[in-house]
Each structure stands twice: as structure tokens, then as C-alpha cells.
Design a protein around this ligand. Structure first.
Ligand SMILES: CC/C=C(/N=C/c1c(COP(=O)(O)O)cnc(C)c1O)C(=O)O
Length: 387
């Protein structure tokens, strides 16, 4: 499970056996037409996949280039996370694990996990930083409504990285009954590659939809990058098309220069976190630094190893968008298209606005609208002073 020098599985001995079991089961499942048929059926009939490709005419006018939105916000549960979760929940059933655990930051992965577990009659425990349980309170309520146990994590920065740590602690003690339904394209092998394969429908669909709509490929594909799943899911469909620029937008928080950000590739360095060698925000002693972002789903000091590889090879480029830039893009989409985006997705929109100015009016920019903003209405209303 390597992407150049990145990836691997730097995990405690107790977790090597379950990771081997998942690796083997995933390889067998991919070759089993019964599994793939059920996965495709659930995605289509239950999750509302494929998601539409939508040309945002008024947002494009404001941007100064043609902007197409891949509407992952219209999937069941409101984000791209459902794609990965359905695949992994079916795998958990296949290997006879009656319980799933998950980490969550924005709560979308948590809601998707609770949803799939309700559908498949699996137990579900979701670990969520206490800070995130407050700023994504709506999703905490949804997870509990769907029958999941939500465990607030009060260690460390009380955000996503701490939720992952707690989920790993649970898993060490529960490997016999429990599948760790990992929520992004990071972590130890096989998670980065498996989550990429389960999420790559975004890019594969968008590529075909662009050819149908435009008769050619877009000039750039843009996505926000937290752990990296929606971005790698979009990029993979285009990675073999050298004329399509792949642009990952990280959380610039208060500005990378302030140190209060989550721009792991732009502002971090190579190291090991949560089982994989990749980029991370660390001090000179290798201690993980706390990240900062208005967006819970991007507020993570690590990033998936495949993005580290794409950055190193230069195939993809990674840029920060600050909280302010993201919230300005959030407001622009609301008022030009009547679509309330997730704050995570608003970072991709901010990146598209900058790119539109660079590429000019003849450019076509594909943006992954990774999720809807229902969960963020309170944060945004306070930010804009609407309540
Ligand atoms: C797995 C932890 C990340 C979560 N969400 C991240 C997220 C992200 C960033 O995560 P990645 O796609 O994995 O980089 C983008 N868009 C939406 C709508 C998100 O909810 C979550 O728990 O919901």
C-alpha cells in the first residue's frame, strides 16, 4: 500500500491482523460480482448516485469563467461520504462484523455511517471531538436519530485527529466484533486505496458528464482537501488526462502565515500520522500541531498519502483558502444559485474563484460540491450576523 514513498501501515501489532483481514476481504469482494452488484444497486437505488453535473450560470458570471458543479450535496445524507460508507458497511457484513465504529469531524461521515448501519442492521459507534459535537450539533442529533451512539472526545484539540485516536483505541479492544469504518482516504493501508476506489465514482461520472455536456474535458478539476477522499475521488477520473489541472484546496484558516490553519501540504512536512507516511503539521520534534479551520471537516493536521504523492510528482497542485475566502464563496453560491454548500465545499468554490481569474473567461472549471450546508447554517448565520 504505497504511493511512492508515502503510505504504508505504521500501526500497533494488535491492528495488523484486522488490517490484513480487510485487505484480503476487499480484494475478494472487488472480484465478487454479487458484492459489486449489491454495492452498485445500493448506490443507485438508495444513495441517489450518480450525482448530477450542474452548470452554475450565475456563479460562473460572478466568477468570470464557466463553473460546473458535481452535486455530491444531492446524495443521500448530503455528502460524498455515503459512497465510501456503503462499500465499507457491506464489507463489514461480508466479514461477519456486527459492529462498526467511525470517526467524524463535520459529522457527515458519522451520519453516513449511522445511515448505512441502520440499513444493514449493524451496531454503530461514532467518535467525535467535543468541539465538533458543538459546531455540528445538527449532525449529532441526526446520528442519534439513526440509532448510532455518538461519543464526544475530550482529549487533545477535541477535533477530528482526537476522534481518530479514540476510534483506534476502541478498535484495538474490539477487533473481533468490529470493523473500523474509516471515513477518509488517509490512515494505514488498505484505507487510502480502498476509500479512493469507493469514492472514484465522482471523477469517473464527472468525466463522462463533461464529455457529454461540453464535448471535451474541463481545464481544471477542483476539490477541497481534508483527509482527501472527495478530492482523490474527483482527481482519479482525470489523473490520466494531463491537460486537466488537478487543484486541491486546503483550509487556510486565519492564513497559513499565522500558523492557525489546516493546510497540511502547503504548510506541513513529511511524517507519519495515523498509520501512514504523508504530510502533516508537526513541530521540529515531530509532535503533531493543532490545526485550525472554520470547517470541521477540513480541521485535520494530516492528509491522505496519495495526495502527498500527487503533490510530490507535481500531477496535482494544492493551495490554501482562508476561512474568510471560503465564507465569501459560501455566500456567493447561496445568492447566485440558491444552493447552500457545506463550508468544506465552499473552500473548493473559493479556489475556483481564484483559478477563474487566472485562467480567464474561456476556461471551464469543474468543482466538487462535496456536501450541503444544512449542518453549517448556525455557524454561517453567526458568521454573517443573520440571527
Ligand atoms: C472523516 C472526517 C471528515 C468528515 N467530513 C469531511 C468533509 C470533507 C473533507 O473530507 P475529505 O473529502 O475526506 O477530504 C469535504 N466535504 C464535506 C461535506 C465533508 O463532510 C466528516 O466526518 O464528516
Amino acid at each position: 500500500g504505497h504511493f511512492g514513498r508515502f503510505g504504508g501501515r505504521f500501526m500497533p501489532e494488535a491492528l495488523i491482523a484486522p488490517l490484513d483481514e480487510i485487505t484480503r476481504a476487499w480484494q475478494e469482494a472487488q472480484a465478487d460480482p454479487t458484492f459489486t452488484a449489491e454495492l452498485d444497486r445500493m448506490l443507485r437505488e438508495y444513495a441517489n448516485v450518480p450525482s448530477p453535473l450542474y452548470e452554475a450560470h450565475r456563479f460562473s458570471e460572478a466568477a468570470g469563467a464557466r463553473v460546473l458543479l458535481k452535486r455530491e450535496d444531492l446524495n443521500h445524507t448530503g455528502a460524498h461520504k455515503i459512497r465510501n460508507v456503503i462499500g465499507q458497511a457491506l464489507l463489514a457484513k461480508r466479514i461477519g462484523k456486527p459492529r462498526c465504529i467511525a470517526e467524524t469531524g463535520a459529522g457527515q461521515h458519522g451520519v453516513a455511517s449511522a445511515t448505512a448501519c441502520a440499513y444493514l442492521d449493524l451496531e454503530c459507534t461514532v467518535y467525535m471531538g467535543e468541539v465538533d459535537t458543538e459546531r455540528q450539533a445538527l449532525n449529532v442529533a441526526r446520528m442519534r436519530m439513526l440509532g448510532a451512539e455518538v461519543v464526544p472526545v475530550t482529549t487533545g484539540s477535541r477535533t477530528l485527529k482526537d476522534a481518530i485516536n479514540e476510534a483506534l483505541r476502541d478498535w484495538v479492544a474490539s477487533v473481533d466484533t468490529t470493523h473500523y469504518l474509516f471515513g477518509t482516504a488517509a490512515g494505514p493501508h488498505p484505507f487510502p486505496a480502498m476509500v479512493r476506489e469507493l469514492t472514484r465514482g465522482i471523477g469517473d461520472e464527472a468525466r463522462a458528464q463533461c464529455l457529454e455536456l461540453l464535448g471535451r474535458l474541463p481545464d481544471a478539476a477542483v476539490a477541497c482537501v481534508g483527509g482527501g477522499s472527495n478530492a482523490i475521488g474527483l482527481f482519479t477520473g482525470f489523473v490520466a488526462d494531463p491537460d486537466v489541472r488537478l487543484v486541491g484546496i486546503e483550509a487556510g484558516g486565519d492564513g497559513v502565515e499565522t500558523g492557525r490553519h489546516a493546510a497540511t501540504i502547503t504548510g506541513g512536512s513529511v511524517g507519519v500520522l495515523h498509520g501512514a507516511r504523508s504530510y502533516l503539521l508537526q513541530d521540529e520534534d515531530g509532535q503533531t500541531l493543532e490545526s485550525h479551520s472554520i470547517s470541521a471537516g477540513l480541521d485535520y493536521p494530516g492528509v491522505g498519502p496519495e495526495h502527498a504523492y500527487l503533490a510530490q510528482t507535481g500531477r496535482a497542485e494544492y493551495r490554501p483558502a482562508t476561512d474568510a475566502q471560503a465564507m465569501a464563496a459560501f455566500e456567493l453560491l447561496c445568492k447566485t444559485e440558491g444552493i447552500i454548500p457545506a463550508i468544506e465545499s465552499a473552500h473548493a468554490l473559493a479556489g475556483a474563484l481564484t483559478l477563474a481569474q487566472e485562467l480567464g473567461p474561456d476556461a471551464t472549471i469543474l468543482v466538487n460540491l462535496s456536501g450541503r450546508g444544512d449542518k453549517d447554517v448556525h455557524t454561517a448565520a453567526q458568521y454573517f450576523g443573520l440571527i
